[in-house]
Ligand binder design. Structure first.
Ligand code: SF4
Ligand code: SF4
Length: 435
Protein backbone atom coordinates (compact mmCIF):
# COMPACT_ATOMS: atom_id res chain seq x y z
CA UNK A 1 0.00 0.00 0.00
CA UNK A 2 1.28 3.49 -0.89
CA UNK A 3 0.01 4.99 2.40
CA UNK A 4 -0.95 8.14 0.58
CA UNK A 5 -3.77 9.79 -1.35
CA UNK A 6 -4.22 11.58 -4.65
CA UNK A 7 -3.63 15.34 -4.81
CA UNK A 8 -2.37 17.42 -1.92
CA UNK A 9 0.53 19.83 -1.64
CA UNK A 10 3.89 20.32 0.08
CA UNK A 11 3.82 23.78 1.65
CA UNK A 12 6.73 25.05 3.80
CA UNK A 13 6.01 23.43 7.17
CA UNK A 14 7.64 25.99 9.46
CA UNK A 15 7.37 23.64 12.42
CA UNK A 16 11.03 24.10 13.38
CA UNK A 17 10.12 27.18 15.45
CA UNK A 18 8.37 25.06 18.08
CA UNK A 19 8.63 21.31 17.43
CA UNK A 20 11.59 20.86 19.80
CA UNK A 21 10.20 23.11 22.52
CA UNK A 22 8.75 21.49 25.65
CA UNK A 23 5.17 22.35 26.54
CA UNK A 24 5.20 25.27 29.00
CA UNK A 25 2.43 25.97 31.47
CA UNK A 26 0.80 29.39 31.23
CA UNK A 27 0.62 31.18 34.61
CA UNK A 28 -3.01 31.30 35.75
CA UNK A 29 -4.84 34.19 34.02
CA UNK A 30 -6.71 36.77 36.11
CA UNK A 31 -9.89 36.19 34.14
CA UNK A 32 -11.26 33.55 31.78
CA UNK A 33 -14.09 33.96 29.28
CA UNK A 34 -15.66 30.56 28.63
CA UNK A 35 -18.08 30.41 25.68
CA UNK A 36 -21.08 28.12 26.07
CA UNK A 37 -20.62 27.10 22.44
CA UNK A 38 -17.32 25.29 21.88
CA UNK A 39 -18.56 22.33 19.89
CA UNK A 40 -20.63 21.30 16.90
CA UNK A 41 -24.29 21.31 17.94
CA UNK A 42 -26.47 23.45 20.19
CA UNK A 43 -24.93 25.84 22.75
CA UNK A 44 -25.13 24.90 26.43
CA UNK A 45 -27.38 26.57 28.93
CA UNK A 46 -25.55 28.33 31.77
CA UNK A 47 -26.02 26.68 35.17
CA UNK A 48 -24.26 29.51 37.09
CA UNK A 49 -25.03 33.22 37.45
CA UNK A 50 -23.11 36.42 38.17
CA UNK A 51 -21.92 36.39 41.78
CA UNK A 52 -21.62 32.60 42.08
CA UNK A 53 -18.40 31.09 43.42
CA UNK A 54 -17.14 28.27 41.21
CA UNK A 55 -14.47 25.60 41.59
CA UNK A 56 -11.92 24.43 39.08
CA UNK A 57 -13.53 21.70 36.94
CA UNK A 58 -17.10 22.56 38.01
CA UNK A 59 -19.78 22.27 35.34
CA UNK A 60 -20.93 25.79 34.34
CA UNK A 61 -22.95 24.99 31.20
CA UNK A 62 -25.11 21.94 30.56
CA UNK A 63 -27.34 20.59 27.84
CA UNK A 64 -30.33 18.46 27.21
CA UNK A 65 -29.53 14.76 26.83
CA UNK A 66 -31.60 14.58 23.65
CA UNK A 67 -29.67 17.27 21.74
CA UNK A 68 -26.23 17.27 20.14
CA UNK A 69 -24.27 19.52 22.49
CA UNK A 70 -21.56 19.23 25.14
CA UNK A 71 -21.16 20.54 28.72
CA UNK A 72 -18.53 23.16 29.59
CA UNK A 73 -16.60 23.53 32.85
CA UNK A 74 -14.75 26.19 34.83
CA UNK A 75 -11.04 26.23 34.01
CA UNK A 76 -10.11 28.18 37.18
CA UNK A 77 -11.67 28.66 40.60
CA UNK A 78 -13.14 32.07 41.35
CA UNK A 79 -16.25 34.21 41.05
CA UNK A 80 -18.57 34.50 38.06
CA UNK A 81 -18.63 38.20 37.21
CA UNK A 82 -21.02 37.98 34.26
CA UNK A 83 -22.84 35.65 31.89
CA UNK A 84 -23.06 37.66 28.69
CA UNK A 85 -22.18 37.61 24.98
CA UNK A 86 -18.43 37.97 24.31
CA UNK A 87 -16.20 37.62 21.25
CA UNK A 88 -15.68 34.06 20.09
CA UNK A 89 -13.04 32.72 17.65
CA UNK A 90 -15.83 32.31 15.08
CA UNK A 91 -16.03 36.12 14.77
CA UNK A 92 -19.40 36.55 16.49
CA UNK A 93 -20.44 37.27 20.07
CA UNK A 94 -21.46 34.13 21.94
CA UNK A 95 -23.00 33.75 25.40
CA UNK A 96 -20.05 33.19 27.76
CA UNK A 97 -19.35 32.72 31.46
CA UNK A 98 -16.73 35.18 32.74
CA UNK A 99 -14.81 34.07 35.83
CA UNK A 100 -12.50 36.23 37.93
CA UNK A 101 -9.74 33.93 39.17
CA UNK A 102 -9.29 33.77 42.98
CA UNK A 103 -6.01 31.82 42.51
CA UNK A 104 -7.12 29.31 45.18
CA UNK A 105 -7.16 26.48 42.62
CA UNK A 106 -10.03 24.77 44.51
CA UNK A 107 -10.87 21.52 42.75
CA UNK A 108 -14.57 20.81 42.29
CA UNK A 109 -15.95 17.80 44.23
CA UNK A 110 -17.34 16.72 40.80
CA UNK A 111 -13.73 15.89 39.77
CA UNK A 112 -13.29 12.42 41.22
CA UNK A 113 -10.91 9.89 39.63
CA UNK A 114 -12.48 6.57 38.65
CA UNK A 115 -11.61 4.03 41.33
CA UNK A 116 -12.73 0.74 39.82
CA UNK A 117 -11.16 -1.38 37.10
CA UNK A 118 -11.55 0.53 33.82
CA UNK A 119 -11.71 -2.78 31.96
CA UNK A 120 -15.12 -3.36 33.59
CA UNK A 121 -16.62 -0.19 32.12
CA UNK A 122 -19.42 -0.79 29.64
CA UNK A 123 -19.66 1.18 26.34
CA UNK A 124 -22.60 3.15 27.80
CA UNK A 125 -20.53 4.11 30.87
CA UNK A 126 -17.58 5.26 28.72
CA UNK A 127 -19.97 7.34 26.59
CA UNK A 128 -21.51 8.91 29.72
CA UNK A 129 -18.05 9.72 31.11
CA UNK A 130 -16.98 11.32 27.79
CA UNK A 131 -20.11 13.48 27.86
CA UNK A 132 -19.74 14.53 31.50
CA UNK A 133 -16.11 15.50 30.81
CA UNK A 134 -17.20 17.79 27.95
CA UNK A 135 -14.70 16.18 25.57
CA UNK A 136 -14.82 17.20 21.92
CA UNK A 137 -12.60 16.46 18.94
CA UNK A 138 -9.52 18.57 19.63
CA UNK A 139 -8.00 18.33 16.16
CA UNK A 140 -10.33 20.92 14.66
CA UNK A 141 -13.95 19.93 14.21
CA UNK A 142 -14.96 19.95 17.91
CA UNK A 143 -17.52 17.19 17.41
CA UNK A 144 -18.63 15.90 20.85
CA UNK A 145 -16.75 12.67 21.63
CA UNK A 146 -19.74 10.96 23.25
CA UNK A 147 -21.87 11.49 20.13
CA UNK A 148 -19.12 10.15 17.86
CA UNK A 149 -18.71 7.04 20.03
CA UNK A 150 -22.47 6.42 19.96
CA UNK A 151 -22.60 6.70 16.18
CA UNK A 152 -19.51 4.51 15.77
CA UNK A 153 -21.27 1.75 17.74
CA UNK A 154 -24.50 2.16 15.75
CA UNK A 155 -22.59 2.02 12.45
CA UNK A 156 -20.57 -1.02 13.58
CA UNK A 157 -17.24 0.64 12.86
CA UNK A 158 -14.46 -1.91 12.34
CA UNK A 159 -11.45 0.37 11.81
CA UNK A 160 -10.21 2.76 14.51
CA UNK A 161 -7.68 5.38 13.43
CA UNK A 162 -5.95 7.77 15.80
CA UNK A 163 -4.85 10.93 14.05
CA UNK A 164 -1.39 12.14 15.02
CA UNK A 165 -0.57 13.53 11.57
CA UNK A 166 -0.77 17.23 12.41
CA UNK A 167 -0.25 18.08 8.75
CA UNK A 168 -0.94 21.84 8.97
CA UNK A 169 2.16 24.04 8.83
CA UNK A 170 3.39 25.67 12.09
CA UNK A 171 1.28 23.51 14.48
CA UNK A 172 3.23 21.24 16.86
CA UNK A 173 0.91 20.74 19.87
CA UNK A 174 0.04 17.10 19.02
CA UNK A 175 3.67 16.37 18.17
CA UNK A 176 4.74 17.52 21.66
CA UNK A 177 1.82 15.67 23.28
CA UNK A 178 2.93 12.38 21.71
CA UNK A 179 6.49 12.89 22.98
CA UNK A 180 5.67 14.28 26.43
CA UNK A 181 2.60 12.28 27.43
CA UNK A 182 2.25 9.16 25.27
CA UNK A 183 0.85 7.04 28.15
CA UNK A 184 -2.44 9.00 28.64
CA UNK A 185 -2.93 8.95 24.85
CA UNK A 186 -2.55 5.16 24.77
CA UNK A 187 -4.81 4.70 27.81
CA UNK A 188 -7.49 6.82 26.10
CA UNK A 189 -7.17 4.82 22.86
CA UNK A 190 -7.64 1.58 24.80
CA UNK A 191 -10.83 2.97 26.37
CA UNK A 192 -12.16 3.86 22.92
CA UNK A 193 -11.25 0.36 21.64
CA UNK A 194 -13.13 -1.11 24.62
CA UNK A 195 -16.13 1.15 23.95
CA UNK A 196 -16.27 0.13 20.27
CA UNK A 197 -15.50 -3.53 20.95
CA UNK A 198 -12.34 -3.43 18.82
CA UNK A 199 -9.12 -5.34 19.46
CA UNK A 200 -6.86 -3.06 17.44
CA UNK A 201 -6.26 0.52 16.35
CA UNK A 202 -3.77 2.41 14.19
CA UNK A 203 -2.01 5.62 15.19
CA UNK A 204 -1.10 7.56 12.04
CA UNK A 205 1.81 9.99 12.24
CA UNK A 206 3.52 11.88 9.40
CA UNK A 207 7.14 10.85 8.87
CA UNK A 208 8.41 14.35 9.66
CA UNK A 209 7.91 13.44 13.37
CA UNK A 210 10.24 10.42 13.86
CA UNK A 211 10.58 11.11 17.61
CA UNK A 212 6.79 10.94 18.01
CA UNK A 213 6.71 7.69 16.00
CA UNK A 214 9.36 6.25 18.35
CA UNK A 215 7.61 7.43 21.53
CA UNK A 216 4.24 6.03 20.49
CA UNK A 217 5.76 2.76 19.22
CA UNK A 218 7.47 2.20 22.56
CA UNK A 219 4.31 2.97 24.53
CA UNK A 220 1.99 0.79 22.45
CA UNK A 221 3.89 -2.48 22.83
CA UNK A 222 1.49 -5.43 23.38
CA UNK A 223 -1.63 -3.25 23.26
CA UNK A 224 -3.07 -4.16 19.84
CA UNK A 225 -2.28 -0.62 18.71
CA UNK A 226 0.10 -0.18 15.77
CA UNK A 227 1.90 2.98 14.76
CA UNK A 228 2.05 3.82 11.07
CA UNK A 229 4.34 6.54 9.71
CA UNK A 230 2.84 8.20 6.63
CA UNK A 231 4.52 10.35 3.97
CA UNK A 232 4.44 14.04 4.84
CA UNK A 233 1.91 15.67 2.57
CA UNK A 234 -0.87 18.17 3.24
CA UNK A 235 -3.75 17.37 4.06
CA UNK A 236 -2.63 13.91 5.24
CA UNK A 237 -4.56 14.47 8.49
CA UNK A 238 -7.89 14.97 6.69
CA UNK A 239 -10.19 12.11 7.75
CA UNK A 240 -10.99 10.94 4.25
CA UNK A 241 -7.35 11.19 3.13
CA UNK A 242 -6.18 9.29 6.19
CA UNK A 243 -8.69 6.50 5.65
CA UNK A 244 -7.74 6.19 1.98
CA UNK A 245 -4.02 6.11 2.85
CA UNK A 246 -4.38 3.49 5.60
CA UNK A 247 -7.18 1.24 4.38
CA UNK A 248 -7.66 1.98 0.68
CA UNK A 249 -11.35 2.66 1.45
CA UNK A 250 -12.88 5.57 -0.47
CA UNK A 251 -15.60 7.67 1.14
CA UNK A 252 -18.15 8.34 -1.65
CA UNK A 253 -19.60 11.86 -2.13
CA UNK A 254 -22.17 12.66 0.55
CA UNK A 255 -20.99 9.84 2.86
CA UNK A 256 -19.14 10.06 6.16
CA UNK A 257 -16.15 7.97 7.30
CA UNK A 258 -18.34 6.02 9.73
CA UNK A 259 -20.65 5.02 6.86
CA UNK A 260 -17.64 3.13 5.52
CA UNK A 261 -16.77 1.52 8.86
CA UNK A 262 -13.98 3.90 9.93
CA UNK A 263 -13.76 6.21 12.96
CA UNK A 264 -10.97 8.76 13.40
CA UNK A 265 -10.06 10.43 16.71
CA UNK A 266 -7.35 13.00 17.47
CA UNK A 267 -4.48 11.98 19.81
CA UNK A 268 -5.18 14.65 22.43
CA UNK A 269 -8.89 13.80 22.46
CA UNK A 270 -7.86 10.31 23.59
CA UNK A 271 -5.60 11.74 26.32
CA UNK A 272 -8.53 13.87 27.58
CA UNK A 273 -10.63 10.75 28.08
CA UNK A 274 -7.86 9.20 30.18
CA UNK A 275 -7.53 12.42 32.23
CA UNK A 276 -11.19 12.18 33.21
CA UNK A 277 -10.77 8.57 34.34
CA UNK A 278 -7.38 8.85 36.03
CA UNK A 279 -7.62 12.35 37.54
CA UNK A 280 -11.31 13.19 37.40
CA UNK A 281 -10.64 16.23 35.20
CA UNK A 282 -13.01 17.41 32.49
CA UNK A 283 -11.66 19.17 29.39
CA UNK A 284 -10.53 22.50 30.90
CA UNK A 285 -6.98 22.84 29.56
CA UNK A 286 -5.33 22.26 26.21
CA UNK A 287 -1.96 22.70 24.49
CA UNK A 288 -1.79 25.56 21.98
CA UNK A 289 1.08 26.29 19.57
CA UNK A 290 1.78 30.03 19.45
CA UNK A 291 3.88 30.85 16.40
CA UNK A 292 4.28 32.94 13.23
CA UNK A 293 6.87 35.54 12.16
CA UNK A 294 5.42 38.29 14.33
CA UNK A 295 5.73 36.32 17.61
CA UNK A 296 8.91 37.06 19.58
CA UNK A 297 9.19 33.70 21.33
CA UNK A 298 7.07 30.94 19.72
CA UNK A 299 6.03 28.19 22.16
CA UNK A 300 3.78 25.24 22.88
CA UNK A 301 1.70 26.30 25.86
CA UNK A 302 -0.68 24.46 28.21
CA UNK A 303 -3.56 26.92 28.57
CA UNK A 304 -6.77 27.07 30.64
CA UNK A 305 -9.78 27.17 28.30
CA UNK A 306 -11.09 30.74 28.22
CA UNK A 307 -7.66 32.44 28.35
CA UNK A 308 -7.58 35.52 26.11
CA UNK A 309 -5.33 35.70 23.06
CA UNK A 310 -3.76 38.78 24.70
CA UNK A 311 -2.61 36.76 27.75
CA UNK A 312 -1.27 33.99 25.55
CA UNK A 313 0.73 36.25 23.21
CA UNK A 314 2.05 38.15 26.24
CA UNK A 315 3.40 34.85 27.64
CA UNK A 316 5.29 34.45 24.34
CA UNK A 317 6.90 37.91 24.83
CA UNK A 318 4.47 39.68 22.52
CA UNK A 319 5.03 40.80 18.95
CA UNK A 320 8.27 41.75 17.21
CA UNK A 321 6.25 43.85 14.79
CA UNK A 322 2.59 44.84 14.64
CA UNK A 323 0.88 41.66 13.40
CA UNK A 324 -0.78 41.94 10.06
CA UNK A 325 -2.95 38.88 10.57
CA UNK A 326 -3.84 36.66 13.56
CA UNK A 327 -5.08 33.15 12.79
CA UNK A 328 -6.84 30.69 15.08
CA UNK A 329 -5.67 27.27 13.86
CA UNK A 330 -3.29 26.56 10.99
CA UNK A 331 -2.54 28.83 8.03
CA UNK A 332 -4.37 26.51 5.62
CA UNK A 333 -7.67 25.89 7.43
CA UNK A 334 -7.64 28.31 10.35
CA UNK A 335 -9.72 31.46 10.58
CA UNK A 336 -8.45 35.05 10.66
CA UNK A 337 -9.26 36.87 13.91
CA UNK A 338 -10.30 40.48 14.28
CA UNK A 339 -9.72 40.88 18.01
CA UNK A 340 -7.22 39.76 20.65
CA UNK A 341 -10.10 39.64 23.17
CA UNK A 342 -11.33 36.26 21.90
CA UNK A 343 -10.51 33.23 24.09
CA UNK A 344 -8.81 29.88 23.58
CA UNK A 345 -11.52 27.23 23.24
CA UNK A 346 -11.48 23.42 23.21
CA UNK A 347 -10.40 23.11 19.57
CA UNK A 348 -7.83 25.94 19.46
CA UNK A 349 -4.73 24.06 18.34
CA UNK A 350 -2.72 27.14 17.38
CA UNK A 351 -2.62 30.90 17.42
CA UNK A 352 -0.46 32.35 14.66
CA UNK A 353 0.59 35.97 14.16
CA UNK A 354 1.92 36.97 10.76
CA UNK A 355 3.68 40.09 9.60
CA UNK A 356 2.70 41.95 6.43
CA UNK A 357 5.65 40.46 4.47
CA UNK A 358 4.13 36.99 4.73
CA UNK A 359 0.96 38.05 2.92
CA UNK A 360 0.59 38.62 -0.82
CA UNK A 361 -2.41 39.72 -2.85
CA UNK A 362 -3.21 39.74 -6.55
CA UNK A 363 -4.82 42.93 -7.83
CA UNK A 364 -6.86 41.23 -10.54
CA UNK A 365 -7.02 37.48 -9.94
CA UNK A 366 -7.62 35.62 -13.20
CA UNK A 367 -7.82 31.97 -14.22
CA UNK A 368 -5.23 30.91 -16.81
CA UNK A 369 -6.77 27.41 -17.10
CA UNK A 370 -3.63 25.63 -15.97
CA UNK A 371 -5.53 22.90 -14.08
CA UNK A 372 -3.21 22.96 -11.04
CA UNK A 373 -6.12 23.40 -8.64
CA UNK A 374 -7.72 20.23 -10.03
CA UNK A 375 -4.48 18.25 -9.61
CA UNK A 376 -4.03 19.53 -6.06
CA UNK A 377 -7.56 18.86 -4.84
CA UNK A 378 -7.52 15.81 -2.54
CA UNK A 379 -11.29 15.45 -2.96
CA UNK A 380 -11.06 15.21 -6.76
CA UNK A 381 -13.19 18.29 -7.27
CA UNK A 382 -12.88 20.90 -10.01
CA UNK A 383 -12.32 24.10 -8.03
CA UNK A 384 -11.89 26.22 -11.17
CA UNK A 385 -15.39 25.37 -12.44
CA UNK A 386 -17.01 25.58 -9.02
CA UNK A 387 -15.42 29.03 -8.61
CA UNK A 388 -16.82 30.14 -11.96
CA UNK A 389 -20.35 28.98 -11.13
CA UNK A 390 -20.17 30.44 -7.61
CA UNK A 391 -19.19 33.82 -9.11
CA UNK A 392 -22.29 33.63 -11.31
CA UNK A 393 -24.47 32.66 -8.36
CA UNK A 394 -25.31 29.30 -9.95
CA UNK A 395 -25.21 27.18 -6.78
CA UNK A 396 -27.11 24.30 -8.36
CA UNK A 397 -24.17 23.75 -10.70
CA UNK A 398 -21.81 24.03 -7.72
CA UNK A 399 -23.79 21.24 -6.08
CA UNK A 400 -23.74 19.17 -9.25
CA UNK A 401 -19.94 19.48 -9.05
CA UNK A 402 -20.05 18.13 -5.45
CA UNK A 403 -18.94 21.33 -3.73
CA UNK A 404 -20.48 19.92 -0.53
CA UNK A 405 -17.56 17.44 -0.42
CA UNK A 406 -15.00 20.24 -0.25
CA UNK A 407 -13.02 19.91 2.99
CA UNK A 408 -11.84 23.55 2.73
CA UNK A 409 -8.20 22.43 2.84
CA UNK A 410 -7.02 25.35 0.70
CA UNK A 411 -4.81 23.22 -1.61
CA UNK A 412 -6.50 24.77 -4.65
CA UNK A 413 -5.86 28.36 -3.53
CA UNK A 414 -2.27 27.51 -2.58
CA UNK A 415 -1.58 26.05 -6.04
CA UNK A 416 -3.30 28.71 -8.13
CA UNK A 417 -0.92 30.93 -10.12
CA UNK A 418 -3.87 33.20 -10.95
CA UNK A 419 -4.26 33.87 -7.19
CA UNK A 420 -8.01 33.26 -7.31
CA UNK A 421 -9.85 33.15 -3.99
CA UNK A 422 -10.86 29.57 -4.59
CA UNK A 423 -11.35 28.23 -1.05
CA UNK A 424 -13.35 31.33 -0.12
CA UNK A 425 -15.61 30.65 -3.13
CA UNK A 426 -16.01 27.01 -2.02
CA UNK A 427 -17.02 28.10 1.48
CA UNK A 428 -19.48 30.62 0.11
CA UNK A 429 -21.02 28.08 -2.28
CA UNK A 430 -21.31 25.48 0.52
CA UNK A 431 -23.09 27.98 2.73
CA UNK A 432 -25.72 28.52 0.01
CA UNK A 433 -26.59 24.85 -0.32
CA UNK A 434 -29.84 23.87 1.42
CA UNK A 435 -29.25 21.28 4.18
S1 SF4 B 1 -10.47 23.61 -0.64
FE1 SF4 B 1 -12.00 22.18 -1.46
S2 SF4 B 1 -11.88 22.45 -3.65
FE2 SF4 B 1 -10.02 23.34 -2.81
S3 SF4 B 1 -8.53 21.69 -2.86
FE3 SF4 B 1 -9.48 21.58 -0.84
S4 SF4 B 1 -11.18 20.13 -1.08
FE4 SF4 B 1 -10.53 20.75 -3.14
S1 SF4 C 1 -5.12 26.80 -10.59
FE1 SF4 C 1 -6.04 28.82 -10.75
S2 SF4 C 1 -5.43 29.51 -12.76
FE2 SF4 C 1 -5.09 27.30 -12.75
S3 SF4 C 1 -7.04 26.41 -13.51
FE3 SF4 C 1 -7.21 26.50 -11.30
S4 SF4 C 1 -8.26 28.45 -10.95
FE4 SF4 C 1 -7.44 28.55 -12.99
Amino acid sequence: MAFSFRGGIHPPYNKDRTFAKDIEKLPEPEEVVIPLQQHIGAPCTPVVSAGDKVDYGQKIGDCDLSSLSCPVHASVSGTVTAVEPRWHPNGTKVLSVIIKNDFEDRLSPECVPFEGNTEDLTPEEIIRIAREAGIVGMGGAAFPLYAKLKTAIEKKVDVLIINGCECEPFITCDHRAMIEYPRPIVNGIRLIMQCLGLKDAIIAIEDNKPDAVDAMTLTTENTGITVQALPTKYPQGGEKQLIKALTGREIPPGKLPMDMGCAVFNVDTCASLDRKLSRGLPLVRRVVTVSGEAVVNPKNVLVPIGTSYTDLFRFCDGFSTAPYKIINGGPMMGSAQHTLDAPVIKNTSALLAFSGEEESFAENPACIRCGRCVSACPMRLMPNYIYMYAQKGDFEQCMALNVQDCIECGCCSYSCPGRLYLVQAMRMAKSRIPR
